[in-house]
Design a protein. Sequence first.
Length: 316
Amino acid sequence: MSERSRWMQMAESGTMRALRFGGWFHRRFGRGPITVILALAAAYYAARNGEARRGSRRYLERVAATPEGRRALGRGPRLAQILRHFTEFAMNLYDRMVVWGGALDTFELEHDGSGEIFRLAESGQGVLLLGAHIGSLDMLGFIARRHDLVVNVVAYYENAEQINAFFESQGPEQVRMIHLDPTSVQAAFEIRACLARGEIVVILADRPPPEEVRGGRVRTSQVSFLGRPARFPMGPFLLAGVLECPVYLALCVRTGRARYTTLMRPVAPGRRVRKGEREKHAQEILARYVNLLELTCQRYPFQWFNLYDFWEEAAS
């Protein structure tokens, strides 16, 4: 089992405990003392999880190697920066629990580039949003729901069954989930139907399914990310070439206490791509997507939540 697969299993277990504890704590005490509690929990988790700690350090070192990233970090990655990285992850989980509990109105929400998405949705145009494990995908979905937009999130969910069960227990369905099965084309038909209805489809495009699941059936492409080769799944980018809809990078990052900002950046216009051009088109979209991820990581370095050695697969 790879380091990434172990991180996903540990993250699921830790997330479940954090969500249940966070729910009890928020109901009893509110947001006041939670920062200290989460910082202590993050320090404990970092101390016990050497792989995740090393993954955080490697990532922060890559960010610090860029002028923009070093300015955002303030200094090279030391223990304080690694602990802050884990604390941001814990805060994300806590806010995730709060918003699923129906308290979105307790957050201050800002928009950076969302206006075009709202205009496209109002015109009945389906939009493909490429997300990443940066910030909060749940917050992004709930913000869209606040604006009466229908959101469909496509991801590999088998490693998060317990978390999804927790969310379902919190109330009625808020965001539609589409399970991405590497062995089936069912998700592709569901995605096309959603876009035809003028809905929003969000795909996490920065992480392939675990290697023991994909079994060689999922294509990846090796590109430079923060100065080192890393592998990204090709599926979302090949799909963008056949859906004929606008494609945007979509992220929602935490910018302060109970404050989030949505980031929307155009990646590709909606146009028909001939079959012989789809590979080239997908590589071009991937390059733009990765470039935008780099810029986001340099600006918000502690919002990246792939807490394992992201460059491991490319090196193996």
